[in-house]
Design a protein around this ligand. Structure first.
Ligand code: HEC
Ligand code: HEC
Length: 260
């Protein structure tokens, strides 16, 4: 792991830390004593700055990875300002901390080996925890999450999951709730031979995007695959009313013998 020694702080976190903060010995408690991946002599302020990128990237608090302890006064900040019992940041009790160490190595490796010419971490041209995690403990896409829910427990469970995620994460980077997202999830579900579930997801999309020609168009494609021409024409007419000049919709209507 000798290449880790030579890596700058930015290689780990992809953030620029103000020089003031880096100055040794400014507040912040005892020097770290159990760094195994980060340079052993990294000042506590730098470690804490990296830790703050972890919590933001994963959407968690310090205790996701750190066990509670009885840190003496003047030691660790109580749970990173979370209130509650203090955390023992040096202890290795949680599996998440072990995973995070592997993740640190992986990120340093990606940046050093595969992105060696990336020079401007502040501009985002390095991989960071956030690149993959975007606010989630386990990186996921809406499409993947919904397709997984359909496969495991059916359409109703996927719809409930969508509503739940939308309530929690709308406006965050965590999941894509834009118009095309459920349509693409529906396509994936349809490819897995779950056409009724796919149609249920499209219906759900109309609840949020009632002027979505794309949704009606995707619906038409799916019901057509199921041999329901009348329903396809019906959906295409709705798409056409919303987007009269959509060439694909016109083409599909023509193919079904309807004058668009
Ligand atoms: C995603 C998991 C994760 C989260 C969340 C996290 N940490 Fe850490 N923390 C680690 C890992 C992993 C190490 C050890 C790094 C190493 O071995 O080089 C560490 C080490 C530390 C250390 C050095 C301890 C020592 O004595 O060696 C401090 C201090 C620390 N974390 C503080 C915090 C604070 C404060 C927060 C909340 C703002 C936080 N951590 C959130 C994973 C995490
Ligand atoms: C290249 C993409 C990628 C990057 C970059 C990445 N991770 Fe991960 N991480 C993953 C994936 C995928 C999983 C889920 C693995 C699984 O479910 O087994 C994961 C899982 C985790 C977990 C376990 C989640 C849990 O709570 O069970 C932790 C902790 C974690 N990552 C921390 C980090 C930290 C800290 C960083 C930055 C140093 C980071 N990851 C960077 C892809 C990434």
């Amino acid at each position: 792991m000798s290449f880790l020694r030579r890596l700058s702080f930015a290689a780990f976190a992809g953030v620029a830390v103000p020089a003031l903060l880096v100055a040794q010995g400014r507040g912040g408690g005892e020097p770290p004593k159990n760094l195994q991946v980060l340079p052993k002599d990294m000042p506590r302020q730098q470690v804490t700055a990296i830790m703050n990128t972890f919590t933001a990237a994963l959407g968690v608090r310090c205790e996701h990875c750190h066990v509670e302890g009885t840190t003496p006064a003047g030691g660790a900040p109580p749970g990173g300002g979370r209130g509650g019992p203090p955390l023992d940041f040096s202890a290795d009790g949680k599996p998440q901390k072990a995973v995070a160490r592997e993740m640190l190595k992986m990120v340093a490796d990606i940046n050093a080996k595969y992105l060696p010419t990336a020079t401007n971490p502040a501009a985002g041209d390095r991989v960071t925890c956030e690149t993959c995690h975007h606010g989630l403990t386990k990186p996921a896409t809406l499409r993947g999450a919904l397709a997984g829910a359909v496969a495991a427990k059916g359409a109703d469970s996927a719809i409930a999951l969508y509503r739940d995620l939308r309530t929690k994460y709308y406006g965050a980077a965590a999941y894509d709730f834009s118009e095309g997202s459920l349509a693409s999830a529906a396509n994936e579900v349809a490819r897995a031979n779950q056409r009724p579930a796919a149609l249920a997801l499209l219906k759900l999309n109309l609840e949020f995007y009632d002027k979505s020609a794309l949704t009606y168009q995707t619906m038409a494609q799916l019901v057509l695959q199921g041999g329901d021409t009348a329903a396809a024409v019906d959906a295409l007419k709705k798409a056409s009313a919303l987007q009269p000049n959509n060439p694909q919709v016109r083409q599909m209507l023509q193919r079904l013998g309807v004058n668009p």
